[in-house]
Design a protein around this ligand. Structure first.
Ligand code: SF4
Length: 517
């Protein structure tokens, strides 16, 4: 009997370890031969702990399983497994999964995170093998041609950064992975680091060969201890197998990696503050120029990318730039792992090509709100993303389409709210968040955020409409100052949740008239 139970930290948080222990004990008691594999998670989080049984037709799923379900589950597995009340059928046929286009998360839920054998059996290191046969210039050309854009939020074309670092003249260059996934409702980086660490290592090794860097760092937030532990173990395994070190995969070129742990500041997800933090300083945003691609870590050329960007590279190399750019729409090419969270029935990871609508994501995949109450809005792109009302849910998930309506896709996090959420409170929260997380370097963000909290408080306490409108004018003015006067996106985007809440939900601010502009 071969069973798979995820070792992902969300699955563990809802009891996967207890289920695994219960399965082993019960199998021993029954003198049943059990091969229990701790795999990564499929990202169908509402079904966790999801137990999967290997069969000749594929894996049969059961979930969510509690430890007390184990005896009856083993009875069923020894008889008519499909008749068990928690039986879900073949996992890969579940509509939530079957309709996805998983390139980055192709191995999610299938492989064991630290098994090189599993990784290789599922196409692992094919991209690196191609890279080893290619010149750095050819690798950069593939990344450029694929249309890959930074998945961390800014969506800058990755290939242009690669070319800049490659062409920079320096004794030493670096590749830095930004794994400081701090946006509320996001978990794709964590899922990938815990579940498929060799993919990130492979992507970074390819980047190192392409740009001529010999050293890389993965900067992981301290809130992700399991990612840190898994990555460190994976680095040792990859190094021992010759995928890192002085002769990467027989290329004759060197590249090695280290994991560094952040200390919990949201601003360290901003690439220049992250570099400061890596250098051992307090994370403070640096003015650009100089670009990190030219003067980054320790003043040397540095390629900085988010986890998902770097992890997209192996498939581009393995299957070709054209294969990758055949996914998506407009200038948003490839796939994006969207993360459904908040008040949602089916929270989890949905990797699809750009272009599906927010409605498909929230209503078809997500199944609407967990509370069963009407949808009020979805915040897309983290705590500084705009609140999108259902009237705009038919907008395709594409960088440009979102920018056109004053929103952004960011890191692909979607936090859903039902009609009980007070948007004035959320606007105040965004300003409060900015005040707490500001690095303090520039005035609009450092001082404006605190003044903004005060303006919202005055607005909500104002006794008359006329006095409320006065505060609205001030608040809008402040939003403009934050947008246009801040040095980085933390201050610059705090206006998104505030302005969108004010625009779409004026009644929550006690305003009688709809805000037209
Ligand atoms: Fe620092 Fe805020 Fe200015 Fe960004 S906007 S540099 S976080 S003070």
């Amino acid at each position: 009997l071969t069973l798979c139970v995820p070792c992902d930290s969300i699955a563990r948080a809802v009891g996967a370890d207890d289920v695994a222990v219960a399965l082993v004990r019960e199998a021993e008691r029954r003198q049943l031969s059990l091969d229990l594999r701790r795999t990564s998670s499929r990202g169908l989080y509402w079904l966790e702990p999801l137990v999967e049984l290997e069969t000749s037709e594929g894996r049969l799923g059961f979930g969510p399983v509690a430890p007390e379900d184990v005896p009856a589950l083993l009875d069923a597995l020894q008889g008519d497994a499909a008749a068990h009340p928690l039986a879900l059928g073949l996992v890969e046929q579940l509509p939530y999964l079957k309709s996805q286009q998983r390139l980055l998360f192709a191995r999610a839920g299938i492989t064991r995170p630290l098994s090189l054998e599993d990784y290789r059996a599922q196409g692992g290191f094919e991209g690196l093998a191609k890279a080893v046969e290619s010149s750095g210039e050819a690798i950069v050309a593939s990344v450029l041609e694929s249309g890959l854009r930074g998945r961390g939020g800014a969506a800058f074309p990755a290939g242009i950064k690669w070319r800049t670092v490659r062409e920079a003249q320096a004794e030493q260059k670096y590749v830095v992975c930004n794994a400081d996934e701090g946006d509320s409702g996001t978990f794709a980086d964590r899922m990938l680091m815990e579940g498929d660490p060799f993919l990130l290592i492979e992507g970074m090794a390819i980047a190192g060969l392409a740009v001529g860097a010999t050293q890389g760092y993965i900067y992981v937030r301290s809130e992700y201890p399991q990612s840190v532990e898994t990555l460190r173990a994976a680095l040792d395994i990859a190094r021992a197998a010759g995928y890192l070190g002085v002769n990467v995969a027989g290329s004759g070129r060197a590249f090695d990696l280290e994991v560094r742990v952040g200390a919990g500041a949201y601003i360290c997800g901003e690439e220049t503050a992250l570099l400061d933090s890596l250098e051992g300083k307090r994370g403070v945003v640096r003015a650009k120029p100089p670009l990190p691609a030219l003067q980054g870590l320790f003043g040397l050329p540095t390629l900085v990318h988010n986890v998902l960007t770097l992890a997209s590279v192996p498939v581009i190399l393995a299957r070709g730039a054209q294969f990758y750019r055949d996914f998506g729409m407009g200038r948003s090419l490839g796939t994006m792992p969207f993360q459904l969270a908040g008040n949602i029935r089916h929270g989890g990871l949905v990797e699809r090509a750009f272009g599906l609508t927010l409605r498909e994501l929230v209503e078809e995949y997500g199944g609407g709100t967990a509370s069963g109450r009407p949808l009020k809005a979805a915040q897309v792109g983290g705590p500084l993303g705009a609140w999108v009302p259902p009237s705009q849910f038919d907008t395709p998930l594409d960088y440009e389409a979102f920018a056109a309506m004053g929103a952004m896709l960011g890191h692909g996090g979607v936090v859903v709210a039902d009609d009980s959420l007070d948007m004035a409170h959320m606007a105040r929260f965004a300003l409060q968040f900015c005040a707490e997380e500001s690095c303090g370097k520039c005035t609009p963000c450092r001082i404006g955020s605190t003044r903004g909290v005060e303006v919202v408080d005055r607005l909500l306490a104002a006794p008359s409409q006329a006095e409320r409108q006065e505060q609205v004018i001030l608040l809008k003015d402040l939003c403009d100052t934050l947008t246009y006067g801040s040095l980085c996106a933390l201050g610059g985007m705090t206006s998104y949740p505030v302005a969108s809440a004010l625009k779409h939900f004026p009644a929550d601010f006690g305003l009688e008239t709809t805000e037209a502009d």
